[in-house]
Write a protein that binds this ligand. Structure first.
Ligand code: F6P
Length: 542
């Protein structure tokens, strides 16, 4: 479904007046900017550079940015046509133009049409074909949540195994870990993604077929890793007394569900219960759709709806807040400033929350698969850099691993701290210690420390952003994820790229298909010398 909305004209960032002005400002004042001096000169800096978005408070004041750079970046956003492009996404235009698809993961969290009351923002943001789509979305959501509640109530099912990869794994797996305190105590949730048999093998060894539900999660239902694991799980199920026969007491039909847009392929696999979704939901934006079933099973329908509501609140913020106070816009502009003017090549994400330990992995796909592009929307090679490397580990663990480099290494790496005002239920006395560490790291990075001994000298002036949630509950998590989704939209819009395709993953898939039979046959003909040499070493010894 797409609304038929005409695609707006976009101006690539390097062709705007603001781009050249930013370059000049960077050379004049940006390169030598000093955070400590900026705080000394402007006592209101924290107030001016912090903002509250739904569920997320952000302190941007410890970033290498002054008021003229901010103004120029906002000018850049306007000159590239960011607002019209954002509105086109919310109007259902086919902005994923290389695949002729609309980009409407946001519709999945829009309140149901029946809940629309006059004056409520939701009434204004969907019309025509989209309103029909929204009804469809809610019919599917209701069915999914009913199914989730049935599984939750079924004491015979103790283990749920999600088999999926990329967007069909990372989002649900991250969210289930984040919301662990709300998870059903009688359901063990497993996530299997890798085609390395060690992962599925280890999970299967803990299971009994009669108490296990497998969820085969794949938007396309063709992804090699997922299909391989799904077939292996089915073989295991049959080998342990399961049956293809729907009437059998241990039937495949009762123990395998599919979450996919490819309902036909799921039926061919032998699955009767399929939750569908739509091609306008990108894989890495799909945890709000049927792909979210494992989350709904783990936390229940009410909490899943709260997750959607938090994300919707952030959608509305992104859609309506003025650019100056629009958090996804402000973060995206900072990313452009750092990547294209300072030349920083990576950004480290440091959630000071064990619950958010998989957030960096999730963000790697979201950001790098979306914005790791080398050509613009017209397919022209870009003369500037796009996605930074996004990486990280939860604090305080990272402090005892790679923070050495962030404090004293030769590269400047902006850090994104994420902290919770209120910690989890376990060992609450430790929470202030965790928070003190997050604050201390951000402060140390900024202030540095003079020493005549070079080894003990910290240059300081190292930037960081601090994101603060009240606590790790579904609405806040939903808002946080939507914040990142929209920030990726903003940078992609400014760079003039298509953030919603992923052609770069195709070539490796094709080559793997060619190499797998060669590993068995030993045929190295036509291969480069390195691959051939490695193949000879990897082939089973005769
Ligand atoms: O190969 C990349 C990719 O297409 C991702 O974009 C996607 O999230 C993942 O594979 C899994 O795809 P599917 O859900 O179709 O199995």
């Amino acid at each position: 479904m797409s609304s038929g909305h005409v695609l707006p004209t976009r101006t690539r960032c390097d062709r705007t007046p603001a781009w050249a002005q930013l370059q000049a400002h960077f050379e004049g004042a940006g390169r030598g900017f000093d955070l400590r001096g900026a705080f000394a000169a402007e006592p209101e800096r924290f107030e001016r550079l912090s903002l509250q978005a739904p569920h997320v408070f952000a302190d941007l004041s410890k970033n290498l940015i002054d008021a003229p750079a901010e103004a120029l970046l906002l000018q850049l956003a306007r000159e590239t046509g960011l607002e019209a492009y954002r509105d086109a996404m919310f109007a259902g235009a086919a902005i994923n133009h290389t695949e002729q698809r609309a980009v409407m993961h946001w519709l999945l969290r829009n309140p149901a049409p029946a809940l629309d009351v006059p004056g409520h923002a939701a009434t204004k943001n969907v019309a025509g074909a989209l309103a029909e789509g929204l009804q469809d979305v809610h019919a599917t959501l209701d069915a999914m949540l009913q199914l989730a509640e049935r599984v939750r109530a079924d004491d015979a099912i103790t283990d749920v195994v999600n088999i999926g990869i990329g967007g069909s794994d990372l989002g649900p797996s991250m969210a289930v870990k984040a919301l662990e305190e709300l998870c059903h105590p009688g359901k063990r949730m497993h996530f299997v993604s890798n085609v390395d048999g060690m992962e599925l093998g280890r999970v299967l060894r803990q299971l009994k077929p009669e108490s296990t539900l497998f969820l085969v999660a794949s938007k396309t239902f063709t992804t090699a890793e997922t299909m391989s694991n799904a077939h292996a799980a089915r073989d295991w199920f049959i080998a342990h007394g399961g049956s293809d026969d729907r009437a059998a007491p241990l039937s495949l039909s009762r123990h395998f569900y599919a979450l996919t847009t490819n309902v036909e392929a799921a039926a061919k696999f032998g699955i009767d219960t399929t939750l569908g979704f739509w091609d306008w939901v990108g894989g890495r934006y799909s945890l709000w759709s049927a792909i979210g079933l494992p989350i709904a099973i783990a936390i229940g329908a009410e909490h899943f709806r709260a997750l959607l509501a938090g994300a919707h609140a952030m959608d509305e913020h992104f859609r309506t807040a003025p650019l100056e106070r629009n958090l996804p816009v402000r973060l995206g502009l900072l990313d452009v400033w750092y990547r294209n003017f300072h030349g920083f090549t990576s950004r480290s994400v440091a959630p000071y929350s064990h619950g958010l330990r998989r957030l960096p992995a999730y963000l790697q796909q979201l950001e790098m698969e979306s914005n790791g592009k080398g050509v613009d929307a017209q397919g022209q090679r870009l003369p500037f850099a796009t996605s930074p490397v996004v990486w990280g580990e939860p604090g305080t663990n990272g402090q005892h691993a790679f923070f050495q480099m962030i404090h004293q290494g030769t590269d400047v790496i902006p850090v994104e701290f994420i902290a919770l005002r209120q910690g989890g239920a376990d060992l609450p006395a430790q929470h202030p210690r965790l928070l003190a560490n997050a604050l201390a790291q951000a402060r140390a990075l900024m202030l540095g420390k003079d020493s005549e001994d070079g080894h003990r000298h910290f240059t300081g002036n190292r930037p960081s952003t601090f994101l603060l949630l009240d606590r790790l509950e579904p609405a806040a998590l939903g808002a946080l994820i939507a914040l990142y989704e929209h920030r990726v939209f903003v940078t992609g819009a400014i760079w003039g790229i298509n953030s919603f395709d992923q052609w770069g993953v195709e070539l490796g898939k094709v080559l793997a298909k060619d190499l797998e039979p060669r590993l068995a046959s030993g045929d190295v003909q036509g291969l480069d010398a390195s691959t051939a040499g490695l193949m000879r070493r990897l082939m089973p010894q005769g």
